[in-house]
Write a protein that binds this ligand. Structure first.
Ligand code: BES
Ligand code: MN
Ligand code: MN
Length: 462
């Protein structure tokens, strides 16, 4: 423990500089204009893994972006930890809302990060959190305290649905065999309230297109006499929630796992201030499904949200027009037992059925994935809990997160292993938003905590 702290202290400036170098490359998987940058990032991750002590590192081709695989096998009879992370990032848009360019990392102090935070796209999600594991490996190899085997699988398509990962798992079961999967791609409650994520929501993402007349029309000559696709789409979307903010798609809630009163009471013990929550977002009230608390609404309950909506004239000034088409992108966050493909079909059937005469509706499914819950009794959870207790001086709280990492349920299905989600980000770190950042304190705390996970996991596995 003392060793670990000392090593982190001695090398922290370099740890930060190396992360900053990685953050300079715009590895935006959603935008093909950045293809070369995404590929270059895969190569950079390979080099870093080799430097950190992996004996074998490969950049594995897939139909999409490559998966970087690395390993250090010290003894076949010892347990194996498989680390997963992603080197791709979300698009930085809207650019004008960034206080400094998204791919020119800067360190600035904030109220929550008086020690400074690194501002850049991917700082927290997930380059910063992924790189903690690379530096933890360096620390363990350089100080001669790697207690077990380690494998890395760092992908480049997480932000666009991990399309190539399913095949990769099926084709590489042997290579990826492990005793536990370790991921830092989530958050924790607060710097003084460590938590381990025990649940993730599933996701169904669809795009809808409503077509009215075969061309854009003069809104005076035709207005009132034909269906306006934007009016219609707005009405259809509005009808997807009732007055209690329940989702109206028939069958949507059929398989939703209902938590017992005891479990809900347990959840409610996590420290949370509604006042601070509202203040941080500058809203005067929260909004959501009747009968559930804010923390329940964003973790154990499913949702339906419009992520984007467009059509018609949005340029300067006014144009009197009835557009031929209107569009929206819609995401549904799902909870355990809801099957994302089934929900996608239920959505499609319902959305088509509520279209009025005079328009055509097209529902295009995008990606999706299943939710996940993991017990706090597993060896992995216990090891993580002990590791946090050592570095934070407090036993971490189990927490269900509202975000999605669809591959976690795939891991369980294909590799039969449990995933431990050791996240070190804060909700206020603005992942996917302008001015994403990652606290230097959080980054270094992660590097300090991870080696202890390896230690306890190896001890408890005996
Ligand atoms: N790291 C996030 C997921 C996350 C963040 C989970 C914080 C829990 C807490 C991941 O990179 C992500 O953004 N996932 C997407 C889904 C994916 C299929 C595009 C998401 O949750 O929107
Ligand atoms: Mn992520
Ligand atoms: Mn993300």
């Amino acid at each position: 423990m003392q060793d670990i702290k000392k090593y982190v202290d001695q090398h922290k400036d370099r740890f930060i500089d190396e992360l900053i170098e990685l953050l300079k490359v715009p590895s935006i998987s959603a935008d093909s204009a950045y293809k070369q940058d995404v590929l270059n990032t895969a190569e950079a991750v390979k080099t870093r893994l080799e430097e950190a002590g992996c004996d074998l590192v490969e950049v594995c081709e897939t139909k999409g972006y490559p998966i970087v695989y690395g390993e250090k096998i010290i003894d076949k009879n010892l347990p194996t930890v498989l680390v997963y992370g992603h080197y791709d990032v979300q698009p930085p848009d809207p650019l004008d809302l960034w206080n400094s360019p998204p791919f020119e990392p800067v360190i600035k102090k904030t109220d929550l990060h008086p020690e400074g935070a690194i501002f850049a796209r991917g700082a927290c999600d997930d380059k910063g959190q992924m790189y903690m594991h690379v530096k933890a490996l360096e620390l363990m190899t350089k100080t001669d305290q790697l207690p077990c085997n380690v494998k890395f699988m760092i992908e480049g398509e997480e932000e666009v649905g991990s399309e190539s990962l399913g095949d990769f798992l099926k084709e590489n079961r042997e290579k990826l065999s492990n005793d536990v999967i370790l991921i830092s791609d989530t958050g924790m409650i607060a710097k003084d309230v460590p938590s381990i994520t025990t649940g993730l929501r599933g996701l169904s993402y669809v795009e809808v297109e409503v077509t009215g007349p075969n061309r854009d029309l003069h809104s005076g000559l035709y207005g009132g006499a034909v269906a306006n696709p934007i009016n219609v789409l707005s009405k259809m979307i509005a009808s997807l929630h009732d007055e209690n903010n329940h989702i109206t798609i028939p069958g949507f809630y059929d398989k939703v796992e209902n938590l017992s009163a005891e479990e809900r009471a347990e959840m409610a013990k996590a420290p949370f201030s509604l006042e601070n929550y509202k203040k941080a977002l500058d809203i005067d009230a929260v909004y959501g499904e009747a009968g559930y608390s804010t923390n329940e609404r964003n973790s154990i309950r499913p949702t339906l949200d419009v992520n984007g909506i467009w059509g018609g004239y949005i340029g300067e000034g006014a144009k009197t027009v009835i557009a031929s088409k209107a569009y929206a992108k819609i995401s549904m966050r799902l909870v355990p037992n809801q099957d994302w493909e089934e929900i996608t079909q239920l959505f499609k059937k319902h959305f088509e059925s509520i279209a009025p005469e005079g328009v055509k509706v097209l529902v295009k499914p995008h990606h999706g994935g299943q939710g996940y819950v993991t017990p706090i009794t597993s060896v992995g959870y216990q090891a993580a809990s002990k590791a946090y207790a050592d570095t934070f001086g407090k036993t971490p709280i189990p927490q269900r997160s509202g975000g999605s990492i669809p591959i976690v349920s795939l891991f369980e299905q294909e590799l039969k292993s449990k995933t431990i989600l050791m996240g070190f980000g804060l909700d206020s770190d603005a992942i996917h938003s302008p001015n994403e950042h990652f606290g230097v304190w959080n980054y270094l705390k992660g590097i300090e905590t991870i080696p202890l996970f390896y230690k306890y996991f190896t001890e408890l596995s005996k």
